[in-house]
Design a binder for this molecule. Structure first.
Ligand code: SAH
Length: 259
């Protein structure tokens, strides 16, 4: 066996021996190993004993067991069947077992049941679709306390004029109040990710503003096409003008209006 491959194999073996399980980077598996961070996320969530809590990507269950001690029920959605088995093993035969419901599969493709609150250290690659899935879920949840990649978190909470203010900031803040809660360093995870992390509180605005969301999204897409462009020049681009004209004609014909 070539030397490099042999070394990689040895490294992988060491990882398995150390952790009992080989974490899969494709699923964004970075387990929160620092119990202080977990406790502090749970404190900030303001959990009630009557709550149904949704956890996305419970992994080996470090946060799940703490959630189970504080709420009525935890619904945990996990894509990796090996980790589902780990989690089941962890609660089996304990009083926590009956409070845990596991949904096996991709959270983005799963129809979520009712939940009061969502607390999770999520796989970062699904951050954006997940935020909107949670915000568009009905009935509304009270809030979501989520761990994200630091830069994503900064974009979520950015205000007009900030360097990172973007379509994500506008669209999220249209539907929710967002607050940065704490920054979390890489070494609190196993294996450590390449990026820094942060926890954000997302509270859906109920009722949401009466805005046709698809049209709004089309508007922000044009407004944020290029960073240092004025709105005037964004809306004067040939392709944009042509699209607006086409939409206007369609609108007129649908509403029996003469142009
Ligand atoms: N919450 C755990 C693990 C976080 S790692 C902890 O903090 O220790 C991210 C977890 O999300 C992994 O368990 C991974 O398998 C799971 N995951 C990745 N993609 C997913 C998806 N699309 N749907 C549900 N779970 C997913």
């Amino acid at each position: 066996m070539p030397k490099i491959r042999a070394e990689k194999k040895k490294r992988v073996h060491n990882e398995i021996a150390k952790q009992g399980i080989l974490f899969n980077k494709d699923f964004g598996q970075h387990i929160l190993k620092n119990p202080i961070i977990i406790t502090s996320m749970l404190e900030k969530a303001g959990l009630r004993p009557t709550d149904v809590c949704l956890e996305i990507g419970p992994g080996t269950g470090n946060m799940t067991v703490k959630l189970l001690e504080q709420v009525k029920k935890v619904i945990a959605c996990e894509i990796d069947t090996r980790l589902v088995a780990e989690l089941q093993k962890r609660v089996q035969g304990t009083p926590l077992q009956s409070k845990l419901q596991i949904l096996v599969g991709d959270v983005l493709k799963t129809e979520l049941p009712f939940f009061d609150i969502c607390v999770a250290n999520i796989p970062y690659q699904i951050s954006s679709p997940l935020v909107f899935k949670l915000l568009l879920h009905r009935p509304f949840c009270r809030c979501a306390i989520l761990m994200f990649q630091l830069e994503f978190a900064q974009r979520l909470v950015a205000k007009p004029g900030d360097k990172l203010y973007c379509r994500l900031s506008v669209n999220t803040q249209l539907l929710a109040r967002v607050h940065m809660l704490m920054k979390v360093g890489k070494n609190n995870f196993r294996p450590p990710p390449k990026v820094e992390s942060a926890v954000v509180r997302i509270e859906p605005i109920n009722p949401p503003p009466p805005i046709p969301y698809t049209e709004w999204d089309g508007l922000t897409r044009i407004a944020f096409t290029r960073k240092n462009k004025t709105l005037g020049s964004a809306f004067r681009q040939t392709a944009v003008v042509a699209m607006l004209e086409k939409n206007y004609k369609l609108h007129c014909s649908l509403n029996n209006k003469i142009m």
